[in-house]
Design a protein around this ligand. Sequence first.
Ligand SMILES: Cc1ncc(COP(=O)(O)O)c(C=O)c1O
Length: 393
Amino acid sequence: MDFKNYKAGTSAVWGGEDEGSFHGATTTPIVNSVTFQYHDLDEWHAVALGKAPGYIYSRNTNPTVRVLEEKIRVLEGAEAATSFSSGMGAISNTLFALLAPGKRVVSIKDTYGGASRIFLEFLPKYGVLVTLCNTSDHEEIEREIAKGCDVVYLETPTNPTLKVIDLRRLAAAAKRVGAKVVVDNTFATPINQHPLQLGADLVLHSATKFLCGHSDAMGGVLCGRQSDVDQVFHFREINGASLNPDAAYLIARGMKTLELRIERQNASALRIATHLKGHKKIKDVYYPGLSTHPQHEIAKSQMSGYGGIMSFELEGSYEAVKKFLPRLKLVHLAASLGSVSTLAGPPRTTSHVELTEEQRRQLGIPESLIRYSVGIENADDLINDLDSALDSL
Ligand SMILES: Cc1ncc(COP(=O)(O)O)c(C=O)c1O
């Protein structure tokens, strides 16, 4: 089926579904088979060599997993897609497959904590040269790219301060030196942002977040040109960080409602951010949809919606956060984001728990910051919940 003429909401429902069709089932079957039999040895041989379509062994590919891969491929407008056991599986497999001793990667200081650990702890052990730039300093990032590099790794909006990176501008800089651009599109989702159309070579997601949308399965996906995806897939099928069919089923099912959820979350987050911005007990609100956001114009030029995640700073210290958060009723105080239910927590106990207070300060993460991932609840109820917790401070 060709999805070029369909909008995202349609592609999210129908994309990939014919890959898994089985006895006319109208919903994706979960194929929990590890292995697949062939009576014809020549056919078996052709499939095993990748010269004919089919399945051999579920560490490599699986019919349920293919449905999910096709769905995200169609939504990102890519030639090919593959999947992983988690978002970190997608990030680490991509970086390790594309890089090698002596190669250089340029990235930003504000990537997701797990990606930062790959940059600071693991890649240097294998002789990869890593340069992490100040996230909002596009001139500095361009200067570092121009010195020569193999991979430019970007994430936008960033976690937890919602900085926005100009993807067109940095993809153009990367092209000038022949570097591949990889973008983590987890926060934006393919409903709000299409990195491949903005010049990226590869786009990845923690499918655990908005794609799945219900906090009940973990996964990762990667989309791009066939040759690039094949290079990463080859590494993943050997190191074994494959997605299991049960998780693939839950993520693919969640994705059918992606557009509905994201439209709701975009609208609610903008309302809540605007409301909090004017509140006397809130020091600052970080949300790319606010006209006061330092990169609002960039966000406007590359995003069609601003996403469901914001962070805000309370007046006062971490003590205020400790009082405020437990007084919210419509929230899970938990790590993660992108679920149907609102999730919140301070970077101090979630994304940046491993850093010292001083390291967080250097990254511009105040101790009184709270990351708030808006769910699909009614926005009036969420605003009332926030207001009554703020009033009680
Ligand atoms: C932006 C971003 N990328 C990647 C990841 C890693 O995903 P996972 O937890 O599925 O490994 C996360 C997790 O929070 C994230 O927020």
